[in-house]
Design a protein around this ligand. Structure first.
Ligand SMILES: [Zn+2]
Length: 433
């Protein structure tokens, strides 16, 4: 019976005196009064083994191995007195570290739970019937993530954190191949990134061949200054985002022409309705739109995507021109081979520059400025096109960590929390069983 208890509480390897230890249940709490077998004590001061028991002290230790019930060890620990030098000392406590109130095994379980990005300090605290401050203390004590080695291709992106100090935007560096976080930096600004990345030995930086980023000048400057052998590639997803914003601005401008109350144009109501309802037709490649019958409630009918697109294109000449250009760019982004890049890109630039559509001015200027970085985004490494796809999925996990914790203010803890949750093999430091 007694042996079953210590097995259940995972204490078999501890030197427990089963005859003197008892288990009771109080309300919903399991309390285990535990005594260790009396071993020969050695004085920590003089090394003498001639010691006698001085007195006992009861230590309360949370040992939350049984998830459904709180469990407390009431550990009756001996204090010895050395007959040689008179010092008084505790016997070795195998359950927890000095001055701790939570057992080592509970610490480990808490840390395992925190490896999930959906866990929060509060949810884990509830699970183990300890305070959330205890969970935070355990986390801070055992988790301090080191920067990971740089990979041949690295991804760089920022994430918005709402109320982090000193900057709302932090910068995440990712391994393109396995999606692990290499490091997180507190700002995305040039000088701060320069200082942080400069600490990485030059030899290691020299091995980086590509850096994928969005069109943020500080990143490009840092890449040029600190990574002598790296080419910069712009994430094509970010380019498309800018394109979509531009097309959408044309759509909104067109919509205004047909605004209710203001417009006396023929069919204004229906045009307005269609442009509003099918806004995503302008931002999605036609091939990716679902092949189904879409509800057009205003005229109580259903149309397929070709009919809808035909309708949208008949509304306004300039909007149609904008749409066609956007489709051209999307096709180019999808199908272009790096060997035809120069020709295809120049074609596009010509069309965009001569479109006369004001919403495209900025976009055109931007892609001209980032031409070589866009070209590099058509490079394949180990069979995969360069992109920040990995970072997007990582960022969504980091956003869950941020959101479920109501935001973090302590950057170091947030950095550790993210790296611990995303990099599955992050070691636990200072743990000696
Ligand atoms: Zn002594």
């Amino acid at each position: 019976m007694n042996y079953d208890i210590i097995k259940l509480l995972n204490l078999e390897t501890y030197n427990i005196d089963l005859d003197k230890s008892t288990l009771i249940k109080e309300n919903n709490t399991i309390i285990y009064y535990v005594v260790l077998k009396n071993n020969i004590a050695t004085c920590p001061k003089c090394g003498c083994t001639d010691c006698c028991i001085h007195d006992y002290r009861i230590k309360s230790i949370k040992h939350s191995l049984l998830i459904d019930k709180p469990c407390i060890l009431k550990y009756k620990s001996r204090r010895f007195k050395c007959k040689m030098c008179g010092s008084i000392f505790y016997e070795n406590n195998p359950f927890c570290q000095k001055d701790e109130k939570v057992s080592l095994q509970t610490d480990l379980l808490v840390l395992e739970k925190l490896r999930s990005h959906t866990a929060t300090f509060i949810s884990v605290a509830k699970l183990f019937s300890i305070t959330s401050q205890s969970v935070i203390n355990i986390f801070d004590k055992y988790v301090s993530c080191k920067r990971l080695p740089l990979s041949e291709v690295i991804c760089m992106d920022e994430i918005y954190t709402k109320n982090m100090k000193p900057d709302k935007y932090i910068c995440v560096l990712l391994n393109f191949f396995n999606g692990n976080i290499i490091d997180i930096y507190p700002t995305r600004h040039y000088l701060s990134l320069l200082q942080n990345l400069y600490r990485i030995p030059l030899n290691e930086r020299k091995n980086v061949k590509y850096i994928v980023m969005d069109m943020w000048d500080s990143y490009k400057r840092v890449a040029n200054d600190l990574f002598p052998n790296a080419l910069v590639a712009v994430d094509s997803f970010h380019v498309l985002q800018h394109l979509n914003i531009a097309v959408d601005m044309v759509r909104l401008r067109t919509m205004k022409k047909f605004d209710k109350g203001h417009s006396k144009l023929e069919n204004a109501d229906m045009y307005y309705y269609m442009l509003k309802k099918f806004h995503f037709f302008f931002k999605t490649p036609y091939a990716k739109l679902e092949d189904k019958l879409w509800n057009v409630n205003k005229i109580r009918t259903k149309w397929d995507k070709l009919t809808i697109l035909g309708y949208l294109k008949a509304i306004d000449g300039e909007l149609t021109k904008a749409y066609n250009l956007a489709e051209d760019y999307r096709e180019f982004n999808y199908y272009c081979d790096i060997n035809n890049f120069e020709e295809d890109f120049e074609d596009l630039i010509y069309k965009f520059s001569n479109s006369g559509i004001p919403e495209f001015y900025e976009f055109t200027k931007m892609i001209i400025r980032w031409k070589y970085e866009i070209k590099n985004s058509f490079v394949f490494v180990k069979g995969k096109r360069l992109s920040n796809g990995k970072i997007e999925s990582c960022n969504s996990r980091l956003k869950i960590i941020l959101k479920s914790a109501n935001g973090y203010k302590n950057f170091d803890r947030f950095r550790n929390r993210c790296m611990f949750a995303v990099n599955k093999d992050t070691p636990i430091r200072n743990y000696h069983k």
